[in-house]
Design a protein. Sequence first.
Length: 439
Amino acid sequence: MEQGYLFDSTKNQPLASRLRPRNLDEFVGQTHLIGEGKVLRKLIENDQITSLIFWGPPGVGKTTLARIIANKTNSKFIDFSAVTSGIKEIRAVMEQAEQNRKIGERTIVFVDEIHRFNKAQQDAFLPYVEKGSIILIGATTENPSFEVNSALLSRSKVFVLQSLKTEDLVLLLKRAITDERGFGNQKINITDEMLEIIAKFANGDARGALTTLEMVILNGDVDKEGVTHVTKESLEQCISKKSLLYDKNGEEHYNIISALHKSMRNSDPDAAVYWLARMLEAGEDPLYIARRVTRFASEDVGLADPHALGIAVAAYQACHYIGMPECCDALAEAVIYLSMAPKSNAVDVAYAYARTDAIKHLAEPVPLVIRNAPTKLMKELNYGKGYQYAHDTEEKLTSMQCLPDSLKDREYYKPTEQGLETKYKAKLEQIKQWKKEHQ
């Protein structure tokens, strides 16, 4: 537990600590929350803060926002660690906060990694939140719906913080070079391209970006004039990777995702994993890749292997839960599986044909026989008249027409001979033959 006011500055602190924003104008990112006119900014500026939960990945400003709030409201700031603080420490501080309240001093209690507190520890805050003795600000990387007690959660406003964009991190890095709290008193020679590489390498984490910048500058070459030169070689050593040819907003972005997709379609797992690695190691958002892989599972595998979609979705969830670099194996597993799976685009083709007809025949009425009839009037208008309940038949089939008359007998799904679609093709042919015989 750390108690006291903010922004103790010492030259021995890491760059990320020295450069911690002191107010909202210095804060980078989260414009959806603290941009001009946004809800959280209004609450802070109008001094109307109540208990809050900040939910987001590491290095996006959760702790910084809590400190800015405390500074803005001139409140006493108490920093709890959910790893080292127990109920005894919590209650001692809460009692002090209650005394502070009686003399008109507000106390903000910031709990980092609040999801690590057990139920009893979280419950210890509850009566003091209810009495207004403290304003509780919790930070968590986990979904608070599952990790924060419902009673405490119901008394708090949840704000979702997002990973910082590359341009946000570049702005932060440039400030670090010019700000006297950073390297403003030194002469630094580093290119914009290198700053962008550092920003992409940080993958949305401001703390990580500043730590990397500090490392590359400390390992830079100092000339006779005292200028520190950051070379590409030293940068690559510090981030342990090459600067790959990749631009998430340019042509190469689309070239490489196309290469991944077509390698999987061509059942080439080696090429597919290579292109996957090219994207991930260049800083591509793993969730973007996971979305494209999920699309592939339906578009190019489909019912030839119905498990493909589930594996792709599971990979997406893994990326969401654990992030980089740990999620790279989950994506590789999905990419290899999809590369080896039997291929069929019959589902994609079926929807394309159906979509064309749907657009051309937008006004086609639903056949009366398959309409619901929840009211007397609808029944009088023959809604649902003649409906045949398939479960009541021995074959679990009926000859009832479900398409509009203008599209009667239209065929969209035409299964292939690939994988399990062979089985579905035979089944569909049996169904169609039975219906033809019983019409």
